[in-house]
Design a protein around this ligand. Structure first.
Ligand SMILES: [Zn+2]
Length: 230
């Protein structure tokens, strides 16, 4: 049995939260204007939601995770690592702001890079901005490389930053608390990705600068290429 599981929404995609507005700080690649060297969504996220949450875990159409104040309070009391909370601004469907206690559950734990044996490999790399296109996995059971994992209970595995993985302890904690809106998939049973390739945004786009730096320092050769190191 797998030690870790992926978290997904238990709700229909029709029920995913949409965004009232997405504020992006972006920087084009000097080499290919079709690339973004940086494409960072600013916090707080601005989402369109109901006045009261229908489930304890809510998901946006782009995979951001929002939890109730109750989940926040209980999660903060656990020993679990790999996450932090961010405020969220809520809007009605007519874009009127309203207050709600829910917060974003940002997953910042690092689960390392997918192992090659899973089928994930770099197939294209921009020499300037290091944008990389990866082949999608064909054997999800071989994705996880425990040697590269930082040990966090909530984490992502590169290059799938929008898939959140959790330890079985977290899964059990969520089940014991009977929180709704989330289901779990054994990593080996992850369904194929929508396309044949994976093209994540840059680490700096997805994480705060100091987190991105910490991740890159784990293997500078891989992130920057050998030339940068010399
Ligand atoms: Zn580029």
């Amino acid at each position: 049995m797998d030690k870790i599981v992926a978290m997904r929404s238990s709700e229909k995609s029709d029920d995913f939260l949409t965004y009232a507005k997405i504020n992006v700080v972006s920087e084009k690649c000097a080499y290919d204007p079709g690339h973004f060297a940086l494409e960072k969504w600013q916090r707080p996220l601005k989402v369109i939601g109901s006045v009261r949450p229908f489930t304890d875990f809510e998901w946006t159409v782009y995979g951001d995770l929002i939890v109730t104040n109750e989940v926040q309070k209980k999660l903060a009391k656990t020993h679990f690592t790999g996450f932090r909370f961010q405020p969220v601004d809520f809007f009605s469907t007519t874009k009127t702001p309203f207050g709600r206690d829910s917060v974003e559950l940002e997953i910042i734990g690092w689960g390392g890079r997918a192992r090659k044996e899973s089928g994930v490999e770099i197939i294209e790399e921009c020499p300037a901005c290091k944008r990389r296109v990866f082949s999608a996995y064909d054997d999800p059971g071989k994705i996880f490389n425990a040697d590269e994992w930082d040990g966090s209970d909530l984490f992502t595995i590169w290059p799938m930053p929008r898939t959140y993985f959790v330890s079985k302890d977290v899964r059990n904690w969520i089940a014991d608390n009977e929180f709704t809106g989330v289901r779990f998939i054994e990593i080996s049973k992850l369904p194929p990705t929508a396309g044949h390739t994976l093209t994540p945004r840059s680490l700096e786009s997805l994480f705060d600068a100091e987190i991105a730096k910490r991740i890159k320092e784990r293997d500078p050769d891989w992130w920057y290429g050998n030339n940068q190191k010399r």
